[in-house]
Write a new protein. Structure first.
Lengths: 374, 75
């Protein structure tokens, strides 16, 4: 009879209480696609206090990848003799000459992989093919690419290269604050990026920008707890760093992963969708590993390219626009026929909004329209 | 993309391990968690164990949440 209440009940009670004490509106930002999806899927926004808002930031690697890099990736897939290995999320992002999926339709050899090592194993198995790994992702995924390059080096593979588009989350968070792009009351920091980089990586944001930072896991109760703590910090006017995911995240992060990253990559500049060029925001191959650079091997250039006309993905991923404020949202941009990357990636903010958060009126209109066409 | 799930290590070799993932057996890389041993819980991301999970810490957090939530309701 006397069963303990689920964690989420306690966390929401605390959040509600802190929001009452806050007595004003507060906006927090998560910077992780998995947080985006977990929040929408669980319905967390609908049970949050009215004065607390959670926005999505630049946390979806596919979404922050600049158009020119996507075009270069598709160009690589079209090179004769190339087998392009990619994580599934990248497959349908539209480029200048269609998506990777479209490239596959016209004969390109595009393979979806689960692990970066699958690409290396494929290269070892098929020496007559040039295997290119589309290495997209934040610090969580980058160590896998470094491990793949390390393995390819040890196997002395001459037919394995990567298009390295790995990005670092903290510089993007800092750019949002430094540019005054959005008014925020705190960050819900990404749990799995933090596993690699460590909790202390956010310290400069806390100290330089007086920005409360709470590292949270991905279960709805973990997110609710993180929001409760952020709200309490905002109410008390305290900028602190709290690690609420300590079962996985240490202060200094995963040393083995960091050493591997440091051996293969160095910080470099990159263009981000919505944020532009940022120094030190990317991981670029060190000189010793230049022979693994797919762009160099195949002479492909990353050319700045305009984003699709009308698409507001750049504003969506920086928290400056809601998906439903984009003129393309829902018509013509849908998960079936995506125009911008935020609608393509399963963890893009627009895709999440489309799936879980459209208004009942929009869904009703769609049902009516579908029935009329029958 | 940063999705990671808990999995339990069943057998370990150098740099590789067999994990139990909800009843499925999967071969994964453990190069990022060289000190991992059978019986450990790890976070699995794209075929790589990215960290060992501290199960006691997870339990402590749950207890903390319960206390804080209950305290809030009572006060």
């Amino acid at each position: 009879m006397n069963q303990p209440l689920p964690d989420i009940t306690h966390a929401l009670a605390w959040l509600k209480r802190a929001a009452g004490r806050l007595g004003r509106d507060a906006t927090f930002m998560e910077v992780c696609g998995t947080h985006t999806m977990s929040s929408f899927r669980s319905g967390l926004p609908s049970v949050m206090p009215a004065n607390v808002a959670l926005r999505s930031g630049p946390g979806c690697p596919v979404c922050v990848t600049a158009q020119g890099e996507i075009d270069a990736l598709i160009e690589l897939a079209d090179v004769a003799g190339v087998t392009l290995c990619t994580y599934g999320d990248m497959l349908r992002v539209p480029g200048r000459t269609g998506s990777l999926e479209a490239a596959r339709g016209r004969g390109a050899d595009v393979r979806v992989i689960y692990s970066a090592l699958d690409a290396v194993k494929r290269a070892a198995r098929e020496p007559s093919r040039q295997v290119v790994l589309a290495a997209v992702g934040f610090e969580t995924t980058a160590p896998a690419t470094a491990a793949a390059i390390d393995m390819a080096e040890r196997l002395e593979l001459a037919n394995f290269t990567v298009l390295a588009s790995h990005k670092r989350v903290v510089p993007a968070m800092e750019a949002l604050l430094a540019g005054g792009m959005v008014a925020l009351d705190g960050f819900l920091c990404p749990g799995h990026v933090s596993v690699i980089i460590g909790a202390e990586a956010y310290r400069p944001l806390v100290e330089r920008y007086a920005m409360p930072c709470v590292i949270a896991g991905f279960e709805p109760e973990q997110m609710a707890l993180g929001l409760a703590q952020l709200t309490q910090l905002a109410a008390e006017g305290r900028a602190e760093l709290i690690n609420q995911y300590a079962e996985a995240v240490s202060d200094t992060g995963n040393g083995a992963a960091q050493r591997l990253l440091d051996r293969v990559f160095k910080p470099g500049p990159a263009r981000w969708r919505g944020l532009g060029w940022m120094e030190g925001s990317a991981m670029v191959l060190r000189g010793r590993y230049a022979s693994f650079d797919a762009l160099k091997r195949f002479g492909v250039q990353v050319v700045d390219a305009p984003e699709p006309g009308g698409c507001r993905c750049g504003e969506v991923i920086t928290g400056r626009a809601r998906p439903d404020e984009c003129p393309l949202f829902d018509n013509p941009c849908t998960p079936m026929r995506p125009i911008g990357p935020c609608m393509v990636s399963s963890e893009g903010t627009c895709a999440a909004w489309f799936k879980y958060h459209r208004t009942p009126a929009a869904r009703r209109d769609e049902t009516l329209a579908t029935n009329e066409h029958k | 993309m940063c999705l990671a799930v808990p999995a339990k290590l069943v057998e370990c070799e150098t740099g590789e391990a067999l994990v139990d993932l909800g009843g499925n057996r999967l071969r994964i890389s453990t190069v990022l968690v060289p000190e991992a041993k059978p019986g450990d819980w790890v976070l699995l991301h794209a075929g790589f164990a990215i960290e060992r999970l501290d199960v006691d810490e997870a339990q402590r957090r749950r207890e903390e949440i319960a206390q804080l939530g209950a305290g809030e309701e009572a006060s």
